[in-house]
Design a protein around this ligand. Structure first.
Ligand code: SF4
Ligand code: SF4
Length: 326
C-alpha cells in the first residue's frame, strides 16, 4: 500500500477537485440551523469542516432516509419515484461510523437488497478520519470494528494528514492530484491506530447478564423515548404506513419512516397485542440486539461504540457502566 501526505492547507483544493464529480459531505457545526450540533452536510469550503467532534446526527440519514416515499398510488395504479442521486464523497467519517455503515450495507445491500438504499449508497466515496481521543461516552476500543474507507486520514504533526488509500478508485483519484498528495514512507503503526480511552466496556460477552438485577437502574430511568434508536448510526428498523390525500382519498403515498424498538408501539400487532410490553423488555432488547443477537447472526456487533445513545439519552443512562458493574 502506498501512503501519501496531504497538508491541511490543501484540503480545500481536494474538496474543490472532488466537487467536480461528487456532492462533498463533511461534518459541519451549524449554530443557526442545528443549534451548534455537528451534522454531515454538503461543503464547498474546508473552513466549515469540524473534525474535532463526532457528528450529533448519524451518517445513516444520508442513505437510509428518515422518510422515504416507497410508491404513490392512485386509480391509475402505482408509481415508484425515480431517485436521481448525485454521487457522494463523504469526508471525516470516524471508525465507529464506518463500522455502522458496514452493518447498514450488510442489511440493505446484501441481506435484503433495498433499491432505495442502494440508489443513495452506490457510487459513494468514503474518506475516513482517525480520531485520536475518545469522547466522554465512546467505547469503540471495546468493539472489534469492521468497515473500511476508500481513503483514511490520520493526523500528523506539522498540520498534515497521513493518507492511506484502500481502493483502486481512490488511488487513481489521489495519483491524479499530484500537486497536493505527496508520496511518503510514513506508516501508521498498531499503537497509533488505537483511540485513547476508548476501552470502556469490560465485557465481551453479555450473554449471562440477561437476568441480572443490575439492569433495573437503567430501566427505572428510561423514558421509552427512543432517542437512543434515532441517534444510533447502526439501528436500521423502520415502519411503513399509507398517507391518503385528504382532498382525494383515491390517491396517496406509502411511506417508510425510521422506527425505534424503545417505543411501546414497535411490537404492537393486530388485536392490540404488544410483544415487548414492559420497559424492562424493551430496554434490554436494544442492548442485546446491539451487542449479542446481531453478533450471533453475523459475527460482528451491531453496535460501534460511538456512545451517541448515551450522550443523547435525556436521562443519561450509561449502559456500559451498568454492564461493567454486573
Ligand atoms: S434515549 Fe434513554 S430514556 Fe430514551 S429510550 Fe433510550 S435509554 Fe430510554
Ligand atoms: S448502540 Fe449506542 S453506542 Fe452502539 S452504535 Fe448505537 S448509538 Fe452508538
Amino acid at each position: 500500500m502506498t501512503n501519501f501526505t496531504l497538508s491541511k492547507v490543501d484540503l480545500n483544493a481536494f474538496i474543490k477537485s472532488l466537487s467536480k464529480n461528487f456532492d462533498v459531505y463533511a461534518p459541519v457545526k451549524d449554530h443557526v440551523v442545528d443549534g451548534g450540533s455537528v451534522r454531515f452536510k454538503v461543503v464547498s469550503d474546508a473552513k466549515v469542516i469540524c473534525l474535532s467532534e463526532n457528528a450529533y446526527y448519524p451518517l445513516k440519514e444520508l442513505f437510509f432516509r428518515k422518510k422515504e416515499v416507497l410508491f404513490k398510488y392512485s386509480e391509475k395504479g402505482l408509481e415508484v419515484p425515480v431517485k436521481k442521486v448525485k454521487s457522494k464523497a463523504i469526508l471525516g467519517i470516524r471508525r465507529c461510523d464506518l463500522h455502522s455503515l458496514a452493518n447498514q450495507d450488510r442489511i440493505y445491500m446484501r441481506e435484503v437488497p433495498d433499491p432505495y438504499y442502494i440508489a443513495e449508497r452506490e457510487k459513494t466515496l468514503l474518506i475516513g478520519y482517525h480520531c485520536k481521543k475518545a469522547e466522554e461516552y465512546c467505547f469503540c476500543g471495546s468493539i472489534d470494528l469492521q468497515g473500511n474507507a476508500d481513503i483514511m486520514l490520520y493526523e500528523l504533526p506539522g498540520n498534515k494528514f497521513l493518507v492511506e488509500v484502500h481502493s483502486d478508485n481512490a488511488l487513481r483519484l489521489v495519483e491524479s492530484l499530484k500537486k497536493i498528495f505527496k508520496k511518503t514512507d510514513i506508516v501508521i503503526d498498531a499503537e497509533s491506530r488505537k483511540i485513547e480511552g476508548s476501552n470502556r466496556l469490560q465485557k465481551k460477552d453479555v450473554h449471562s447478564f440477561y437476568d441480572n438485577p443490575g439492569w433495573q437502574e437503567g430501566i427505572d430511568k428510561c423514558l421509552s423515548c427512543a432517542a437512543c434508536n434515532f441517534h444510533c448510526p447502526s439501528c436500521y428498523c423502520f415502519n411503513i404506513h399509507d398517507e391518503a390525500n385528504v382532498h382525494n382519498m383515491k390517491e396517496g403515498e406509502r411511506i417508510r419512516t425510521w422506527a425505534g424498538c424503545q417505543l411501546k408501539s414497535f411490537t404492537r400487532v393486530a388485536g392490540e397485542h404488544i410483544f415487548r410490553d414492559t420497559r424492562k423488555d424493551r430496554f434490554r432488547h436494544r442492548i442485546y440486539h446491539q451487542l449479542q443477537y446481531f453478533k450471533e447472526r453475523y459475527g460482528t456487533t451491531l453496535c460501534s461504540g460511538c456512545g451517541r445513545c448515551i450522550r443523547f439519552c435525556p436521562t443519561k443512562i450509561d449502559f456500559i457502566d451498568i454492564l461493567n458493574r454486573m
